[in-house]
Design a protein around this ligand. Structure first.
Ligand code: OAD
Ligand code: ZN
Length: 244
């Protein structure tokens, strides 16, 4: 590896950093076989988000929404964390101050062993009561359609942040803090079009962080980051941890 190569620069930044934040999107789980949302085989090519991933859609047809989430649960349940998820666990282990922000709802980061993580779009293995608001783990497959709350009998919904909904307040605080204090932000496998996560690279950059992007393709963020590495997450992320 030439010392001045982009990969080498990111490695040195990581090894010198006291505080590291990582932001991930569907591209990191693509290497485990989980479909992404955009792009040629993306979920939003074959399904309409308006019918499946909004509060209105759930009000209109909760059965359809639950059937779609059940299908995704069955698909995700067959997938395993890949070397990129595992490399992020290792980065957490090595870093004095670390935080992972993921837009993914598949739970693969936690399965890999990540502990310092905000799942800002929720988790497909959690349900929330539309009546009393309780959030519980639920790995039923298939999930009863329609599922009801064991405490109050109301309809349960996926614990997912849908289009038109705000992020959970605790997560927003936690992300703002991680983005503002990090020396390095790695942005991995996200198309950078869904806010607020799409704005996180510029928040960290303005706060003085070195920002590197890892993606198969250029994104709207590529122009603002310090270094953009093109390739598969499962190949590139483990390489970032090799000795400088
Ligand atoms: P997208 O599907 O929009 O983008 C996936 C990104 O990953 C693209 O930029 C791809 O180029 C890149 N990519 C694909 N395969 C890759 C690989 N093997 N290695 C590296 N990069 C790869 O997914 P997100 O940006 O995560 O919201 O989408 C954001 C949100 O939009 C999702 O969380 C979801 C969706 O609607 C909710 O579910 C609430
Ligand atoms: Zn309830």
């Amino acid at each position: 590896m030439a010392p001045g190569s982009d990969l080498g620069i990111v490695r040195r930044q990581l090894s010198a950093a006291r505080s590291i934040t990582v932001l991930t999107g569907a591209g990191i789980s693509a290497d485990s076989g989980v479909p992404t949302f955009r792009g040629t085989d993306g979920l939003w090519k074959n399904f309409r988000a308006e019918d499946l991933a909004t509060p209105k859609a759930f009000e209109r047809d909760p059965r359809l929404v639950w059937e779609w989430y059940n299908w995704r649960r069955e698909l995700i349940a067959t997938k395993q964390p890949n070397p990129a998820h595992k490399a992020i666990v290792e980065l957490e282990r090595r870093s004095p101050d670390f935080w992972l922000i993921t837009q993914n709802v598949d739970g693969l980061h936690r399965d890999a062993g990540s502990q310092k993580v905000s799942e800002i779009h929720g988790n497909i293995w959690k349900v929330r009561c539309t009546g009393c608001g309780v959030v519980e783990n639920n790995r039923d497959m298939p999930i009863a359609i329609l599922p009801s709350c064991a405490h109050c009998g109301s309809l349960l919904r996926p614990h997912i942040v849908w289009f038109g909904e705000s992020l959970f307040a605790d997560d927003l605080d936690c992300c703002a803090s991680a983005l503002n204090r990090c020396d390095v932000l790695l942005v991995i496998g996200t198309s950078g079009v869904v806010y607020p996560a799409a704005g996180f690279a510029s928040v960290a950059k303005e706060a003085g962080a070195f920002v590197a992007e890892i993606n198969l393709d250029p994104t709207p963020q590529s122009a603002l980051v310090d270094i953009s590495l093109q390739g598969r997450a499962k190949d590139l992320v483990p390489l970032l941890l090799e000795p400088v």
